[in-house]
Design a protein around this ligand. Structure first.
Ligand code: SF4
Length: 291
């Protein structure tokens, strides 16, 4: 398989065939993100993608899922994506689901009819970094979309029958917007009502604009318990109809996995107790956080 640069995929795609159809991220401006800074965005040549699929076919039915890399492969034209999905079906007929990262831009550019076509061709899940439901925070981190765009993205994916897996970032509003970030993120999740939510913890990566903002004193990460309070506000404020909620990413101080709304009372009870105790021993030590 031909891979250009570092390859990222969601944790739940750890056993998937990683098929790189684009290099980098077409946005590449989020201030906290360093994933693709070294890679100018481009689509990979058709012939290369075809060669990769032939190579994967030679392995036999080893992978039941395919994940299209890099950052926002969904930004490719619908025609090109349909071509890739058809090739996956042809060469790897045993594949049950294709997934990709997407966002307000890539979904916003496509009609529900186009998204439905992609779903029929095998696209089953889109992972979307919403990060925050607060427009000030979204502007601060240069996310390039608004909370309203996030709500529209969720509605379109739902109508097209594509599973929407949402990622939000604890701490991304810093201490300045910590409370309003958590509240507005809870309310945007309610409006989006996705079946999967992953809450990750912001890491200030050296060399990023967020690190520069931190050095200037324009950004300060909330304390460990400040982050747990954000998690509490997020869970308390969101009304989700059927959601697998997790904060078990390596970056988090408090790993949580819950089915909402079923587990909400118990989860809030645990979070409240941890906040009230203020015992750092209940949180994951720094050295155990995989960043
Ligand atoms: S859209 Fe995603 S991959 Fe692209 S810069 Fe933002 S966080 Fe990074």
């Amino acid at each position: 398989m031909d891979y250009v640069g570092r390859i990222y995929r969601p944790p739940s795609e750890s056993t998937s065939l990683l098929l790189q159809v684009t290099v980098g991220c077409s946005h590449n401006r989020c201030t906290f993100c360093d994933m693709y800074r070294d890679k100018p965005f481009r689509a990979k040549p058709r012939e290369q993608v075809e060669r990769d699929l032939l190579e994967a076919r030679a392995l036999g039915p080893k992978f039941s899922r395919v994940f299209l890399c890099d950052g926002d492969a969904l930004i490719l034209s619908t025609t090109r994506l349909l071509e890739v999905l058809a090739q996956v079906r042809r060469e790897l007929p045993w594949v049950e689901r294709v997934g990709t990262y997407g966002d307000t831009r890539s979904v916003g550019k496509k009609s529900v009819a186009e998204l439905s076509e992609l779903a029929d061709a095998g696209l089953g899940i889109v992972y979307h970094g919403v990060e925050s439901g607060n427009d000030q925070v979204l502007a601060f981190i240069e996310k390039g979309g608004t909370r309203q765009h996030c709500v529209e993205t969720a509605a379109k994916l739902r109508e097209a029958g594509i599973v929407h897996s949402v990622i939000v970032l604890l701490g991304i509003g810093g201490t300045r917007w910590s409370e309003v970030h958590a509240r507005d993120t809870a309310s945007v999740l309610t409006a989006m009502d996705p079946p999967y939510v992953g809450a990750l913890t912001t890491t200030v990566v050296p060399g990023t604009p967020l690190a520069a903002a931190e050095a200037r004193g324009d950004f300060e990460l909330p304390s460990k318990f400040g982050l747990v309070r954000e998690l509490h506000t997020l869970v308390e404020g969101s009304e989700l109809s059927a959601c697998r909620f997790s904060s078990n990413h390596a970056s988090n101080y408090l790993p949580v996995r819950a089915e909402l709304p079923r587990d909400k009372p118990e989860l809030l009870r645990i979070l409240s107790a941890i906040i009230a105790e203020g015992d750092e021993g209940r949180l994951k030590p720094e050295w155990m956080r995989g960043l």
